[in-house]
Design a protein around this ligand. Structure first.
Ligand code: CA
Length: 243
């Protein structure tokens, strides 16, 4: 998927909820934040809309007729222009497993029904703030040691030399370069790349990291930049802090 060419978010939110009264309530409160709403009453319609357009925010009910909220959320993260759109999930039950399921499927936050309008507004504001920050962050040029990641141009150079990365390698590098020196766990990286981290993708991640190292490291067996923190994850070494 090419996020460069994805249409810009236009202050529109997607509300996915089969109960018309809740849909209206959410739409009303989104309008108070200056957003217009597109509404879907089932999961299939939601996925169709999410694949056709990019939204500033998605409010997604967990229990839906047709495709359920978790399935819709995973599909949005995996394959739509909304891979990075904040998703606020609505759950009818307060069970911990539902919240975990929602977050693991790629939602940013959840709200348990019934909710007060004050709480709804607060969550909407947090999600929108995150959205604005994500848009700004995607325009940055990141520099860590000899590595330079030009996000708007989708170009990576190491010591001035251009390297060609696959979209997933690029994504891994961006995530690490955004937080130089900090260890990102397999799960955090997986979530950033695929929206969720099914267990079988831990191996896939290692394969992509190995391929990335072959491109950015002089000696991939003894990486200077992309280092492994055994049993935890990966870190992009920030020469300024390690000396
Ligand atoms: Ca429902």
């Amino acid at each position: 998927m090419d996020r460069e060419r994805a249409p810009q978010s236009s202050g529109r939110a997607l509300i996915v909820e089969d109960e018309p009264r809740i849909r209206e309530l959410v739409a009303l409160h989104l309008s108070l934040e200056g957003l217009t709403s597109v509404e879907a009453g089932d999961g299939d319609e939601a996925l169709r809309l999410a694949r056709a357009d990019r939204f500033a925010l998605i409010v997604l009910d967990l229990m839906l007729p047709g495709l359920d909220g978790v399935t819709v959320c995973r599909a949005i993260r995996r394959d739509s222009p909304n891979a990075e759109t904040p998703i606020l999930m609505l759950t009818a039950r307060s069970e911990e497993s539902d919240k975990v399921l929602g977050l693991e499927s790629g939602a940013d936050d959840y709200l348990t029904k019934p909710f007060g309008t004050g709480e709804l507004m607060a969550r909407i504001r947090v999600a929108l703030r995150r959205s604005g920050q994500a848009d700004a962050a995607a325009e940055e040029v990141l520099e860590v040691g000899d590595i330079r990641v030009d996000q708007p141009r989708h170009e990576v150079t190491v010591a001035g030399k251009l390297v060609h990365l696959t979209p997933i390698e690029f994504k891994i590098l961006v995530e690490l370069a955004r937080q130089p020196g900090r260890v990102l766990t397999h799960r955090q990286l997986g979530r950033a790349i695929w929206g969720a981290m099914p267990t079988e993708q831990s191996h896939t991640l290692r394969v992509h990291v190995a391929a990335l190292r072959r491109k950015i490291e002089e000696d991939p067996a003894r990486p200077r930049w992309l280092v492994t923190e055994a049993g935890v994850g990966y870190r992009l070494r920030d020469e300024r802090s390690t000396g």
